[in-house]
Every structure is written in C-alpha cells, then in structure tokens.
Design a protein around this ligand. Structure first.
Ligand code: NAP
Ligand code: GDD
Length: 372
C-alpha cells in the first residue's frame, strides 16, 4: 500500500518541491488547488511532469488535485474524510508579509483559521491516531528578534498580520498535540528560495530584474530595505526537512535554517556578479543607489541574448541599476533573522546542503534562460 499524503498549497513553491520528493518516494499525493481563471500548475508540471516511476506507473495514477480553499471548512473536512491521508502538509497560506498588511482579515482567515480547519477536520474524521500533520510555521514568528541566533526556545514577537496569524496556527498545532495526542508538528522554517519562488519575493524579484537588465529589457530594479538580513536556504533542502519531521518517532517543533545570514544588498551584488558585473554602492538611506556597467537598454522588447561570459559582445553603459523606493517598505520591518537548526541536525539528521552562492547562481541561471 502506498502512503497517502495531502498537501495544501500544492501549487506554490514548496508544494511543487514537496510533491516531487513524495512522488519520488512512492507516495500517493493529493493536493488542494484553488479554482483560478487560468491554470496555476506550472511549477508542478515543470518539477514533476517528467518523473519516471520504477514500477512503470504514471503520474496520473499517483498525483490527484482537488479543488478547494483553506477558508472553506466543509470542503476541507470532506476532503480529509475522503482521502484518509497518512500525512498532511499544511502549506497553504497568503504568504506575502507586505500583502498581509493590506489584507489582514483574509490573511488571518487563511493562515490562522485555515490551520485550525485542518486540525479539527482530522479530529472530526477520527484520524488523530493515524494522520501526521505538518504545519508550515515560519521565522516571521520571531519578528523583532529577542535573541540571535533564534532557536526553538526563543520568545516570539511577530511584526505583521502574517506573523500574528502564523503564531495562532503555531499554538493551535501545539494545542491539538497536547489536547488530543495528535501527531502535529511545526517546522519553523527560515526563508527558502529557488527558481520557483514567487516573483514578488525579494530574491526572485532581484534575479528576474538582473536577468532583464543584462538582456537590455529593464532600466533598473527598485527595492525597499536593502539592509534587511535573512537566513536564506534552498526550498529543495527545506522540503526534505518537512518530510523528516513527519517520519520522526515523536511530534515536535523544529527550526529549519542554514545558520548563515546575508543582506538584501549582498544578494543583489552576488546576482550581478553571476553575470560578471560588479555593483558600486553610493549614497545612503533613500538616496542609496547601485551603479554598474551593463548592456544598453533596448526599446524593441527583444532580449539581447546575454549569457555569463558574453559580456564583451554587447554595447554597454554605466548607469544606476538599483534604487530605493519607499513603496516597498513595510509598516513594521523584520530587520534580521538567523536560525540555529542544531535540534533538526541532531534529531532528524537534517542540514542545509545548498550554499548561498549556489542558491543565487541557480536562480540567476534559470532566469537568464527564462527570459526567452
Ligand atoms: P507560496 O509559493 O506563496 O504558496 C502558497 C500556496 O498556498 C499556493 O499554492 C497558494 O495557491 C496556496 N493558497 C493561498 N491561499 C489559499 C487559500 N485560501 N486556499 C488554498 N490554498 C491557498 O508559498 P511557499 O513559499 O511555497 O510557502 C509554503 C508555506 O510555507 C506557506 O504557508 C508559507 O507561509 C510558509 N513559509 C514559507 C517560507 C519561505 O521562505 N518560502 C518560510 C517559512 C514558512 P495559489 O497558487 O492558488 O496562489
Ligand atoms: N518582497 C520584497 N520586495 N521585499 C523587499 C524588497 C522588495 O522590493 N526590498 C527589500 N525587501 C526586504 C523586505 O522588507 C524583507 O525584509 C526582506 O527583503 C525579505 O522579503 P521577502 O522576500 O518578501 O520575504 P519575507 O522575509 O518578508 O517573508 C518570506 O519569508 C518568511 C520566512 O521568514 C515569506 O516567504 C514568508 O511567507 C515566510 O514566512
């Protein structure tokens, strides 16, 4: 019998990487998918579409997508009763911190109550003794950090409606574990990125913009807080941790992080360095700019075909390529995050494999190809 998993948020970055991992391990994967006016399964198709199975079976036999929404209790309860999953990965969320300030009520409905709906559905379906539940908790819980690095015992101080909603979800997960003996665990994941990262998160915004600038398609990149520091890992490594958390003998809460932090400015510098371009930073605060010699801006919308190593083949100019735009500031900022994943290493044997330069390089290579 194949193990059955149910992934909410299957169409997102982590959902796609986790599906690939579970399908490769022989799982039957069920996913919750929102009805949208256009297909939004591109990441799943790209990561899982070419999977081959040793028993000759096909993807259609083991990947099942169900329409639904985390805000719809009846839908969630019915699906969990029907699927009877061995493992649930609750990844669905309005996951953008800045957007959560603009949509605090909706964000709380999905990210806080959505988690409660899952936990309660497992209880109602009398699956507490069978189903292991993973909750996608976040380093945003630490917000205004009380100590550095952050561990499983660091006090929380969320700084956004997103962080506060995820705090409710964190404690509900602990509460169902303590009240009903449910195998419910929190993975407190620090930022993790990939070529499949949403385009409005800062890393992907940077790599896409750098690829466009190098192809003559974009004048400059406008960012908010260049000083923000994050512990950035690779989503591929982090979904492995999610799986290990649910295979452990006991439920619990685990920090998943690389243990290394970098600023947004450093990420930009490295992204351009991948293209052979060095950025000169001048000014400070709102007037800070990044200046570099890059291919001249084209006006026909056709990429110039830039690839690393081909820099000398294009007419270039020195200009401002990065500027600060206060529209991207947040009402309350999380300035710095740095995780200590010693517990995950000791108990789960997990550690991050991908280095920061490897992550930036993989994202840049992907986006330079994606331009076409
Ligand atoms: P993501 O790319 O934004 O994906 C979010 C997923 O949730 C998408 O599949 C989205 O569907 C779905 N979703 C949103 N609202 C929904 C709703 N009302 N009902 C059902 N599904 C809904 O996020 P991610 O980076 O993969 O992150 C996965 C989870 O980990 C999230 O809970 C996030 O908060 C958490 N997390 C992420 C990080 C990180 O650095 N990536 C770190 C810590 C925790 P659509 O495709 O239809 O939009
Ligand atoms: N998005 C964005 N856009 N962020 C910017 C920009 C910009 O133009 N300029 C600077 N930043 C800064 C943000 O202010 C923040 O301090 C940092 O870059 C990272 O922003 P995001 O990439 O949007 O990620 P996040 O850290 O706010 O949230 C992500 O990581 C959390 C884990 O710590 C999301 O994936 C959350 O869902 C996740 O929980």
């Amino acid at each position: 019998m194949r193990k059955k998993s149910f992934i909410t948020g299957i169409t997102g970055q982590d959902g796609a990487y986790l599906s690939h991992l579970l399908l490769s391990k022989g799982y039957e994967v069920h996913g919750l998918m929102r009805r949208t006016s256009q297909f939004n399964t591109a990441r799943l198709q790209e990561l899982c579409g070419n999977l081959e199975f040793s028993d000759g079976g096909s993807l259609e036999d083991r990947l099942f997508l169900h329409y639904g929404d985390s805000t719809d209790s009846l839908n969630i309860t019915t699906l969990i009763e029907e699927i009877q999953p061995d493992e649930i990965y609750n990844l669905a969320a309005q996951s953008h911190v800045k957007v959560s300030f603009e949509m605090p009520v909706y964000t709380s409905d999905v990210d806080a109550l959505g988690t409660l709906r899952i936990l309660e559905a497992v209880r109602q379906a009398k699956l507490t003794g069978k189903t292991h539940v993973y909750q996608a908790s976040t380093s945003e819980l630490f917000g205004k950090v009380q100590e550095t690095p952050q561990t499983e015992t660091t006090p929380f101080h969320p700084r956004s409606p997103y962080g506060v909603a995820k705090l409710f979800a964190y404690w509900m997960t602990v509460n169902y574990r303590e009240s009903y003996g449910m195998f419910a665990s929190n993975g407190i994941l620090f930022n993790h990125e990939s070529p499949f990262r949403g385009e409005t998160f800062v890393t992907r915004k940077i790599t896409l913009a750098a690829a466009r600038i190098m192809n003559g398609l974009q004048d400059r990149l406008e960012l908010g807080n260049l000083d923000a520091r994050r512990d950035w890992g690779h989503a591929r490594d982090f979904v492995e941790a999610m799986w290990r958390i649910l295979q452990h003998d006991e439920p619990g809460d685990f920090i998943i992080a690389t243990g290394e932090q970098h600023s947004v400015r450093e990420f930009v510098t490295l992204a351009f360095e991948h293209c052979g371009v060095s950025i000169r930073w001048e000014g400070s605060g709102l007037n800070e700019v990044g200046i570099a010699r890059v291919p001249v801006l084209k006006h026909d919308g056709i990429p110039n075909g830039f690839q690393p190593g081909k820099f000398d083949e294009f007419p270039t100019e020195e200009r401002v390529v990065v500027a600060v735009n206060p529209d991207f500031f947040r009402p309350a900022e999380v300035e710095t995050l740095l995780g200590n994943a010693a517990k995950a290493q000791e108990v789960l044997g997990w550690r991050a494999e991908t280095t920061f330069p490897q992550l930036v390089s993989e994202m840049m290579s992907y986006d330079l190809k994606k331009i076409y």
